[in-house]
Every structure is written in structure tokens, then in C-alpha cells.
Design a protein around this ligand. Structure first.
Ligand SMILES: C[S@@+](CC[C@H](N)C(=O)[O-])C[C@H]1O[C@@H](n2cnc3c(N)ncnc32)[C@H](O)[C@@H]1O
Length: 366
């Protein structure tokens, strides 16, 4: 059944209407804004590669203390004059840098914001693998082609970690997760309360950064990071280094098949659920419900689909990222709530986080 949207689309697709709207004073502004948005979609890959070049050449870091002259930047990046100018001009047009007096360049507002976000910078570097995998998105959507670079990077995505993973396989993804989690754990721990909690078990907790920060914020709290054995060993090393090992433990195991640690009054899943296909994700929630005592609480924190204002981050970015990884999908808060209820959780509620683009939080009581 055709509705007003189809009528609108007929109009927007018509070259004659486009030419008229671009000249007519009342539509000129809307038309040029829409044209810019469409162009950004067309050119997005090029923009990402310009950002990638800035990050790989450490340009933002070189400009941290203030603007520098072209010759200086050439020396620091090893680029010839022509290449340096091309990059500096392109990055300035994207708001990453800014042209200053004479032939000097400084940080632009986007470059300055990225400089303060080490996690985002490490994701930019990591995207080299993602973009290589997405070179033929249609083949990937058809399920054709061999193993992807991301499925090798995320060793547990291959087979639900049934065959185990080695120390060397977990090192690079664990470091990346710790770096990219900085703002997430701050936002999540600002959002939830752990007052009166005796034991928090962070399931799939990586190198233990979330559990360590929770323990630092709540001095009476005991914490456990449960993850695959080589990852849990990294968490244990972190706890020892932070002198938290009296209250913090890394326990190794497979959360699909091994018993989960006993005695938790709160469990958390931070950026874990979206990694898993529907069957595996539901069975993980079912298992957590079985291992939590009655009245125990589960915290699910991750970027969710369909968040107003961040729709592209959920279905577009994570949708395609997880497809390249070979497992999981972004889910909306409604879907996660339904899964929690199916697993036997009674009270399920959403908590408002400062930056839902990084993570939304759902709390559920067993
Ligand atoms: C995307 S990372 C998230 C890590 C951390 N929670 C964070 O937000 O940075 C997913 C984590 O789940 C762990 N994991 C994946 N499959 C697992 C399994 N079957 N058993 C235990 N841990 C698993 C991985 O080793 C990894 O540390």
C-alpha cells in the first residue's frame, strides 16, 4: 500500500524536482542540507581513510602542544610536501585539523575531541581489518567468502570458544577492549549503584578493568572477572598490579558450558551479549539466571540498536561490524528486555546513561 512516503520519494528521486528545489528560495536550504547528508554517505569511506592516515601518522599527537608549520609536519610524518599538503587540507575540511597563520596547521574540533579519547583512536587503527573485510559487502551479506580478518582477531567468535583460545590469540583483542572501554565503564559505573553489594561477577569481563574500577569505587565490594582462561589470567595480573587481589579475582572458564562463579549478588555483562547469535545469547542469560540467587541482579550494558539519535551506530555500524566478526548482532532494548524476561528475570528496567552511543544499561532482578 503506497503512502505519503512513496509520494515524497517519487518527488525526491525526480531530477526535475531536484533542480527546482535547489533554486526555489523556500526549499533551497533543505535541499542543500539533504544533498550534503547524501554526499557524506557517498564519501564516508574516503573520510574514514583520511582519519586513518592522521591517526597512523600521529598527527593529532604532534599537534597536541599547538600548531606547527608545514615543514615541521613533513619532517614528523615523513610525507613529501605534496602529500602532506593534501592530507592537511583534507583533514582541515573535515574539522579534524584547522589551517592557522601562514603555512601552519593546528587541531580542529574533531581532532581535539579524538585526542582526548584513546579508545576511539585505537578503534580507528583497528578498523583497518574491518574495512578490508567489507571490501565486498554484498558477498558478505550472501554469506560467501572465507574467514574474515575480524573472525581471526576475535578468536572466540569462531566456534563459541569451544576449542579454547591461546594466550597470543587473546592479547590483541583484550588490550583493544580495555582501551576502548574507558568511557564505557565510567558511564556504566556512574549509572548503576553497587551500595550494599558484596560480590560483583563480571561475565566476559576481559582484562578486569571494569571490575577493578568498581572495586576502587566501592571499597567494601568483592569482584570477580569471569572470562576465558588466558583472558582471566590477564585480569588476575591486573588485580595484583593494582594491589586489589585481596578483593578481586580472575576466574577462567567458558560461560556457555562451565559453572559460573557462585555467591554473586550482582552479575554484569558489559559489551558481551551483542557478540552472540540469538540462541547463544538467550542461553547465556538463562545460565546467568540459574547461577544468580533469588533477588540477585544482572546488569546488561552495551551499545543498543534503535537508540534515538544514535540509530546509525546500532544497526549500521555494529550490524556490519558483527557480521564481519561472524557472530552476534546489535539488539534493541525491547528485545533484550524480552530475552531477560524469558530467562526468568522479574523486574527489568532501563537506566539512563550519559552517552547511550557508548552504552545503554538494563538492570534485571532475578
Ligand atoms: C567484546 S569483549 C568485552 C570485554 C569487556 N566486557 C569489555 O567491555 O571491554 C567480550 C569478552 O567476552 C569473552 N568471551 C567470549 N566468549 C566467551 C566464553 N565462551 N566464555 C567466557 N568468556 C567469553 C571474551 O574473551 C571477551 O573478553
Amino acid at each position: 500500500m503506497r503512502n505519503w512516503r512513496d509520494w515524497r520519494n517519487d518527488l525526491l528521486a525526480s531530477p526535475r524536482f531536484q533542480a527546482f528545489a535547489a533554486r526555489f528560495p523556500l526549499t533551497r536550504g533543505i535541499t542543500s542540507r539533504r544533498a550534503q547528508q547524501v554526499f557524506d554517505l557517498v564519501a564516508g569511506f574516503v573520510y574514514s581513510q583520511i582519519l586513518h592516515a592522521c591517526v597512523e601518522l600521529n598527527l593529532f599527537e604532534h599537534l597536541r602542544a599547538g600548531p606547527r608549520k608545514l615543514a615541521d609536519l613533513q619532517r614528523l610524518t615523513g610525507l613529501p610536501e605534496e602529500g602532506a599538503l593534501r592530507l592537511l587540507r583534507a583533514a582541515s575540511a573535515l574539522g579534524l585539523l584547522e589551517k592557522r597563520d601562514g603555512d601552519s596547521y593546528g587541531l580542529g574540533p574533531h581532532g581535539a575531541a579524538l585526542l582526548g579519547n584513546a579508545g576511539a583512536l585505537s578503534m580507528v587503527r583497528h578498523h583497518k581489518l574491518l574495512y578490508a573485510d567489507l571490501v565486498d559487502p554484498v558477498a558478505m551479506l550472501k554469506g560467501e567468502g572465507g574467514p574474515t580478518s575480524l573472525s581471526r582477531f576475535w578468536a572466540y567468535a569462531r566456534n563459541g570458544a569451544r576449542e579454547g583460545v591461546s594466550d597470543s590469540e587473546v592479547a590483541s583483542y583484550s588490550e583493544l577492549m580495555t582501551q576502548s572501554q574507558t568511557l564505557v565503564r565510567r558511564d556504566v559505573l556512574d549509572t548503576i549503584s553497587l551500595a550494599g553489594v558484596r560480590r560483583l561477577v563480571d561475565i566476559g569481563g576481559g582484562e578486569g578493568a571494569f571490575a577493578a574500577e568498581a572495586a576502587q569505587r566501592w571499597p567494601e565490594l568483592g569482584v570477580v572477572t569471569f572470562d576465558l582462561p588466558p583472558v582471566a589470567a590477564r585480569a588476575q595480573a591486573r588485580f595484583e598490579q593494582l594491589e586489589l587481589s585481596g578483593r578481586a579475582k580472575g576466574i577462567g572458564g567458558n560461560f556457555h558450558s562451565d559453572p559460573l562463579p557462585e555467591g554473586a549478588d550482582v552479575m554484569s555483562l558489559v559489551r558481551v551479549l551483542h557478540d552472540h547469535d540469538d540462541g547463544a545469547a538467550q542461553s547465556l542469560l538463562n545460565r546467568i539466571a540459574r547461577f544468580l540467587p533469588s533477588g540477585g541482579r544482572l546488569i546488561v550494558a552495551e551499545p543498543m540498536a534503535g537508540i534515538a539519535g544514535s540509530e546509525a551506530m546500532g544497526e549500521a555500524y555494529f550490524g556490519f561490524y558483527l557480521m564481519a566478526m561472524g557472530s552476534g548482532r546489535p539488539r534493541g532494548a525491547d528485545e533484550i528486555e524480552a530475552m531477560l524476561q524469558k530467562a526468568g528475570f522479574r523486574q527489568v528496567r532501563r537506566l539512563r546513561t550519559p552517552r547511550p552511543m557508548l552504552a545503554s544499561v538494563i538492570e534485571a532482578i532475578r
